[in-house]
Design a protein around this ligand. Structure first.
Ligand code: SF4
Ligand code: SF4
Ligand code: SF4
Length: 324
């Protein structure tokens, strides 16, 4: 059986997660021929074109260029099973934070904020010879229909173990193709060691940043006024961030039943902040608290902006502006 690991816009973290399989990777390589993997061999589109049939196509990263679209569609057409691996492939991920920025501005900002070596004129590639940047960033799931979705930035060791198990069982024929999102059918709060007795009775004493609070390591972050994305995030890890005294930033993507993480979260937070003081602070006081959230888009949509309702509205409005 053949596996191909194909990239869109990635940072490399998902590859590290695959390499972290360690000896499991050897077990898998004994059962599967790894026919395409940029990290191992410098594979190119032409190499993928030459492969007739792939059993498992693993796609990492988001879709940001026309080359990524070609790779994703080609992989889908040749593979029995497609795995969207990581937050970028599953939900657009961190590259998706550029979704609300026009392509022209993005390029200009990038050119004006380069902090590494200055690029000489002759080193700038001919735009006709490099993949074209799309107008916006897409999650793989907006381009093709994957069978297995593995969220996470990068996916957790729990998900990796599950994937290895699936691959070995599928190869043996004891497991069949299935449509599945890895993780539990519940939010992170359900497995959180700091979960309060009644999640519905959480009161946020205001909104604070981490450096403003002396944290109680046993108490829910929300109860200490710290934004924690746990309620809107899928339980697909073992809460490593929480266990290291850092709030969840939502890398496992939407909890089951949540379509738009940001909207779900904003509505929850608004109903928790100083709920016992509503009559004293009134709407103005609540607005002041919400204003303390620095970069709300970055906080609420860190991994899911590409496929969010807000991104869809922005795309519509950009189209309207272009017509003017
Ligand atoms: S999901 Fe995270 S680790 Fe994986 S490619 Fe995207 S940014 Fe990197
Ligand atoms: S909000 Fe965060 S700290 Fe509180 S229970 Fe949920 S995951 Fe745990
Ligand atoms: S605790 Fe949150 S941010 Fe950390 S790995 Fe789990 S889902 Fe991702």
């Amino acid at each position: 059986m053949k596996i191909a690991i194909v990239y869109g816009a990635i940072c490399g973290g998902c590859d590290v997660a695959i390499v972290n399989w360690g000896e499991k990777l050897i077990d898998i390589a004994k059962k599967y021929d790894i026919v395409y993997w940029n990290a191992a061999v410098d594979s190119k589109l032409e190499d993928l074109e030459k492969i007739d049939h792939i059993n498992i196509g693993i796609f990492m990263g988001s879709i940001r260029t026309d080359l990524h679209v070609k790779l994703a569609k080609l992989l889908r057409s040749k593979s029995d099973i497609i795995v969207a691996y990581g937050a970028c492939a599953s939900y657009g991920g961190v590259p998706g934070l550029a979704t609300l920025t026009r392509k022209e501005k993005l390029i200009k900002d990038l050119a004006s904020t380069i902090t590494t070596e200055k690029i000489e004129e002759e080193d700038i590639p001919d735009p006709a010879k490099i993949p074209e940047l799309l107008k916006t960033n897409y999650a793989l799931i907006q381009i093709i229909d994957p069978d297995i979705i593995i969220p996470g930035c990068p996916p957790s060791s729990v998900s990796n173990e599950e994937l290895a198990k699936f691959l070995l069982e599928y190869q043996e024929g004891t497991r069949l193709k299935e449509k599945i999102v890895f993780g539990e059918e519940n939010s992170l709060c359900s497995i959180c060691p700091r979960r309060p007795e009644d999640l519905h009775k959480i009161k946020m004493p205001g909104i604070y940043r981490l450096y403003e609070v002396k944290l109680d390591e046993n108490k829910c972050f929300l109860e200490q006024g710290i934004i924690c994305m746990g309620p809107a995030t899928r339980a697909a890890c073992k809460a490593p961030c929480i266990k290291n005294n850092h709030p969840c930033v939502g890398c496992m993507g939407p909890a089951p039943g949540v379509d738009d993480v940001g909207l779900k979260y904003i509505s929850s937070v608004a109903s928790l902040v100083m709920v016992d003081k509503e009559k004293e602070i009134l709407e103005e006081g609540l607005a002041k608290q919400l204003d303390k959230i620095v970069d709300p888009i970055g906080v609420f949509y860190k991994y899911t902006l590409s496929n969010s309702l807000i991104a869809k509205l922005a795309k519509k409005s950009n189209k309207r502006d272009e017509k003017k």
